[in-house]
Design a protein around this ligand. Sequence first.
Ligand SMILES: Cc1ncc(COP(=O)(O)O)c(C=O)c1O
Length: 369
Amino acid sequence: MADGFVPPPYPYDRLDRLAKLCADHEGGIVDLSIGTPCDPPPPAVITALASSNTERGYPPSIGTVGLRSAIRRWIDRRFGIDVGLDQLAACIGTKEFVATTPQYLKLRDPSRDTVLYPAVAYPTYEMGAILAGCRPVAVPMAADGGIDLSAIDPADAARALMLWVNSPSNPTGALSDLDAAAAWGRSHGVPVFSDECYVEFTWDGPPRTILETGLDGVVAVHSLSKRSNLAGLRVGFYAGDAELVTYLREVRKHVGMLVPGPAQAAGEAALADDDHVRVQRDRYLHRLERMAHVLGTWSGLPIALPAGGFYLWFDASDGWAFAERLATEGGALVSPGDFYGGGGANNVRVAVVQPDHLLDQVALRLGVH
Ligand SMILES: Cc1ncc(COP(=O)(O)O)c(C=O)c1O
């Protein structure tokens, strides 16, 4: 057999054994491992999905004018920034964008070969680098759960195609200093890609985007998966630097990266509405507080609320041991922290993506009220 790339086991597939322990409980598993929404999207989205009449023809890869205008209006409403329709575009959810962008950047600048990303992070930043044949270089974390820009080796910076930041962070929940990240990127000539897909769930202070620092040299990446409970729809978008966005728009047309027309229409409807996001924020905050109390009382560990996002992230000494104990005693499946990098191995990530009655069931099993 050729000595080439072998995909590593998909992180969540490694949870099969613990999932079986959970399934043994009466009432079954309560899955708090994957950050997949369980709450309904707004009804107008479903109506738009079924009635756009866009099934027959090919949809525009960059996004319809309707979708791009809705994105533009949302960025303006949320952050007070006007981004032209030619400086933003659609993607098929953001995972594919994260996984494929390094290879396109490498083709554009073959003299560089390095992708910088937070050491404790969503695993796809590293995977995108690997799939591009690039060097993935993890940037150490600062004590507050953001990245430590000062720890980047100048030799790596000189080879870098891009720096990923993620604020609010999955899994740590920390908010990054986006001003510092943008300034670092501009001073080193490295584009900064800011994954902001949890921005609507910012708890400490106002939601922030890297676009507030100006559009040059930065690209903000957003998703409707979390904002509007539409992970099944596959709609995301990116916005920022004119040259980078133009380049990515063109190359992605050639690849055939197309958000289906009905999904574009539905995304447009979702972005036009903010009320459902307010409702969802309340749900997540309530569940975060509830599970911090339940798991903290049961384990005796200090469990703080995150600054953003819908994950609890805490030091449990040994992430796998904690996950196994919780599966055995509470029938709840959570993610051991090593899914997000070796530096997370002591930790556990709990996604509060199940309805309250299932969280109550976990509390009951653990004997916490
Ligand atoms: C940090 C981060 N970025 C991107 C994604 C991808 O989301 P989607 O592809 O649904 O837009 C996720 C999903 O969990 C995530 O946690």
